[in-house]
Design a protein around this ligand. Structure first.
Ligand code: PGA
Length: 248
């Protein structure tokens, strides 16, 4: 098991370059005593350069919210691992439910991205999770298993030092309604067992995302089955993000 927990900010489509600078300048001044926690900030593409520069001498690492599965070529609007690595971006969010549902990303495309990220020596943050309808129909585990099964396919996950799986129930994202410890335990153990059965374990961390705030982080972070958080809304406030980090 990786002896670290993860505190990851997903800014989504928020913050201009000026806002990003202000945020990171405050962030860098805050004391990071929780050495057991790795912090990662994922700004939109336009902010990667400035955020990466400002984080250079800090313990916080840079992540991207998306990637394409080819290195270069005629792929209008896409961004490649070469470009992201040039900015010293190490972590990539893949399969976020907003990309699945709004952009129409399929499990097959997510597989290609996961494979590419690992081949390129980047670290994936693979998001899975059920909709409210799936949950009400008792299909949570079936959906998550399918998402994992297709995304992973024949990829050798041992080729990566870190594989982060973010359990993000769609009904909890941006709704203020986080999953409780009982639900999280059940699903995180389900995901953990899925990987153990496949012969993987030591490089897999299972984090939770969905309405994590400075208010609920403490009760969730006491849960030994949670290896960290992927935080959207609350990460936009630097003090809230810091408070979540200190509580982890
Ligand atoms: P939220 O988003 O914290 O705003 O619910 C989490 C995510 O989408 O990663």
């Amino acid at each position: 098991m990786i002896n670290k927990r993860f505190c990851i900010a997903n800014w989504k489509m928020n913050y201009s370059i000026i806002d990003s600078k202000e945020y990171i300048m405050i962030w860098n001044k805050l004391e990071k005593l929780n050495t057991n926690v790795k912090t990662i900030i994922c700004p939109p593409f336009t902010g990667l350069n400035v955020v990466g520069d400002l984080l250079k001498d800090s313990s916080t690492e840079l992540g991207a919210q998306n990637i394409f599965y080819k290195n270069k070529g005629a792929y209008t609007g896409e961004i490649s691992s070469i470009m992201l690595k040039e900015l010293e971006c190490k972590w990539i969010i893949i399969g976020h439910s907003e990309r699945r549902m709004i952009i129409g990303e399929t499990n097959e495309v997510i597989h290609d991205k996961l494979s590419h990220v690992i081949n390129e020596g980047l670290f994936p943050i693979l998001c899975v999770g059920e909709t409210l309808e799936d949950r009400e129909n008792g299909k949570t585990e079936i959906i998550i298993k399918e998402q994992l099964e297709i995304a992973i396919g024949d990829i050798d996950l041992n080729a990566s030092k870190y594989i982060l799986i973010a359990y993000e129930p769609v009904w909890a994202i941006g709704t203020g309604l986080h999953a409780d410890n009982e639900i999280i335990n059940k699903i995180h153990l389900f995901i953990r067992n899925y990987f153990i059965e496949k012969g993987y374990n030591s490089n897999i961390s299972i984090i939770y995302g969905g309405s994590v705030t400075d208010k609920n982080a403490f009760s969730l972070s006491n849960n030994p089955n949670i290896d960290g958080f992927l935080i959207g809304g609350a990460s936009l406030d630097v003090n809230k993000f810091y408070s979540i980090y200190t509580n982890l």
